[in-house]
Design a protein around this ligand. Structure first.
Ligand code: C5P
Length: 410
């Protein structure tokens, strides 16, 4: 419950306007002060009395009402967050151009609050090059675009363009607000925030190596940069950090206890030894799912293996699932999921299945590929909770992503 926030919900003229009532209601039930700014076209789809009753505030629509209060400036300046849902193709075009020919356009231009928009229109309008370019413009300004979803449209047709469900829009709006408030671990005074003071945090970082023989291994491309950034960020916030370092390509930060592990078996032993006393466990390491069944005592010689060579692999224990199954009360466990799936909805579904399988409290979901995610200095992640809800999003340096993950843990 948060009584301090002022949320402006902009409603524009699309049939999905009736669903905006649920968005207004969700914020009101959360204790927010919600002000609806509806375009005149929106009020042809949904009545002012409904919106006033649900929002518990007058609903404004006209630019030339309440001129003495300079209403657009007053509403815009008071907003902590503006959500436009549904956002029609027309409103999207006006926002991209910075037009202010109605109260909503004026309000948005007069505000510095994060802006979240939920487009809703027919597939052809969504795919129109003008809309595509306008959306790209809004995204490049840091505006959050939620959806649209795919499904049944107003008539018999089915396609992309359906407004996202209200709870998805509210979750994305919360994430945008949290992002804008994220302090990167630093107070306004410039001092590191100490919200993890004396908390014991156990972090695994890097990638495991499964030996085949004394000189070879099966490994992965994880550099350990994200885990190391997490260790450094947690230490700066006052935590007592143990970093289980698996074949790092970067130096571990000063001021943290470092335990080296190479194979999954060693990582498991190191984590088990420290898990009991940890308040938080973050499994950032990329762990091999399989290991060679037999590790040869001497170097495998191609002269003895021939033209093809078959390796028998056995499954490794899932350390994250084991730790989650035995965690003690109050211990927070965070897993990672690196996926090559680029489609956001499918990525989310993979993440939701994974957190259910692993049983951890939070899952940091990111896409990796030949050039993304691994060994780079930046990252883009979604944070899911046990219910599969998005509780955070971050994009930027691995250090800023680390702080955003820790914000959620805190
Ligand atoms: O199943 P997947 O490998 O995608 O799961 C990733 C998460 O599970 C990461 O947090 C990783 O550290 C952890 N993991 C583990 N033990 C394994 C495989 C993955 O703890 N054998």
């Amino acid at each position: 419950m948060n009584t301090a926030r002022t949320i402006v919900v902009g409603i524009t003229g699309g049939i999905a306007a009736y669903k905006a009532v649920n968005i207004v209601r969700a914020f009101v039930l959360n204790g927010d002060s919600v002000h609806v700014v509806a375009t005149p076209a929106a009020l042809r789809f949904i009545g002012k009395p409904t919106l006033e009753a649900i929002s518990r505030h007058p609903v404004y629509s006209e630019l030339y009402e309440g001129v003495d209060e300079v209403r657009h400036v007053a509403i815009g300046q008071s907003a902590d967050l503006i959500v436009v849902a549904p956002a029609t193709a027309n409103t999207i075009a006006k926002l991209a151009a910075g037009l202010a020919d109605d109260l909503l356009g004026n309000t948005i231009l007069a505000s510095t609050a994060p802006l979240v928009i939920a487009p809703a229109m027919h597939t052809e309008m969504w795919n129109n090059p003008a809309t595509v370019a306008n959306i790209a413009t809004l995204r490049s300004r840091g505006i959050t675009i939620v959806g649209p979803g795919y499904g049944r449209l107003t008539g018999q047709d089915v396609g992309a363009g359906r407004m996202e469900e209200p709870d998805t829009i509210v979750a994305a709006a919360e994430a945008a607000l949290a992002r804008s408030q994220s302090h990167d671990g630093v107070e306004p005074s410039g001092e590191p925030t100490q919200d993890l003071l004396n908390r014991r945090i156990l972090i695994s970082a890097g990638g495991t190596r499964e030996p085949l023989d004394p000189v070879r291994f099966i490994g992965n491309r994880s550099s350990g940069k994200q885990g190391v950034a997490l260790a450094e960020a947690a230490r700066a916030r006052g935590a007592l950090v143990t970093l289980v370092a698996c074949n790092l390509e970067v130096a571990p930060p000063a001021g943290v206890e470092v335990v080296s592990a190479s194979s999954t078996a060693e990582l498991r032993d190191a984590l088990r030894a420290a898990a009991d006393t940890a308040d938080v466990i973050i499994m950032a390491a990329a762990v091999a799912d399989y290991r060679p069944q037999n590790v040869q005592p001497g170097k495998i010689k191609k002269e003895s293996t021939g033209e093809t060579f078959t390796l028998e692999l056995v499954k490794n224990p899932d350390i994250l699932a084991e730790l989650s199954a035995t965690n003690r009360d109050g211990q927070v466990i965070v897993g990672f999921a690196a996926e090559t799936e680029a489609d956001r909805d499918r990525l989310l579904n993979l993440g939701r299945d994974k957190i259910a399988r692993k049983g951890c409290d939070y899952l940091v979901l990111n896409t990796v590929g030949w050039s993304d995610g691994f060994a780079t200095d930046s990252n883009t992640v979604l944070l899911l909770d046990r219910l599969g809800d998005i509780v955070g999003e971050a994009s930027g340096s691995k250090m800023s992503v680390a702080h955003r993950i820790l914000d959620v843990v805190v």
